[in-house]
Write a protein that binds this ligand. Structure first.
Ligand code: ADP
Length: 161
């Protein structure tokens, strides 16, 4: 079975992330979205919340699963027996960072292949960071995230005010 992981912080999942997951799910028999378990202080949503928001976003994707992990991403890949790691590439600064990480990961786990998918044009400038900033300032984020994520973001931003 061809298995790929799609790791990231997903704080929270956006339509840009989802677009990559949908496209990657067509290439692999199983796609496991790996939610990096970052200390809660550094993220807006807890790991549990980020996993839950992804779960709701992938209900219609039968070969996509979500799982939290900590430690090295390559160790997570080993654990779930993934042959590939998927990442999304936006035009701006993603390439250099991905290239560096890919070189290191190749050293740590030579058998794992990196598969980068180019971001769709409409999501090129979408990041969770900008999204959170827009939500904080009361901007309309409805076209950038699934409906349940927009609602969760609005609730979260209000609870922090
Ligand atoms: P990280 O914390 O590793 O940067 P993110 O949660 O921000 O992880 O993103 C996970 C993956 O999704 C990364 O490969 C990132 O480049 C990609 N990604 C993020 N936003 C978009 C987008 N708008 N379009 C395509 N890929 C994206």
């Amino acid at each position: 079975m061809t298995i790929a992981i799609y790791p990231g912080s997903f704080d929270p999942i956006t339509n840009g992330h989802l677009d990559i997951a949908i496209r990657a799910a067509r290439l692999f028999e199983k796609l496991i979205i790996g939610v990096y378990d970052i200390p809660d202080k550094k993220v807006l949503f807890t790991t549990k919340e980020r996993v839950e928001l992804i779960k709701q976003a992938i209900v219609n994707l039968p070969n996509v699963e979500v799982e939290a992990y900590n430690g090295l991403t390559v160790n997570f890949a080993r654990k779930v027996k993934a042959q590939a790691m998927v990442r999304g590439l936006r035009m701006s600064s993603d390439f250099e960072r991905e290239f560096d990480m890919a070189m290191l990961n190749k050293k740590l786990y030579p058998k794992l292949e990196l598969v980068c998918l180019m971001s769709t044009l409409e999501y090129q400038f979408l990041s969770s960071t900008l999204l959170k900033e827009a939500a904080r300032l009361g901007g309309n984020i409805d076209d950038l995230v699934p409906k349940h994520v927009a609602e969760a973001l609005k609730r979260k931003v209000q609870s922090k005010m």
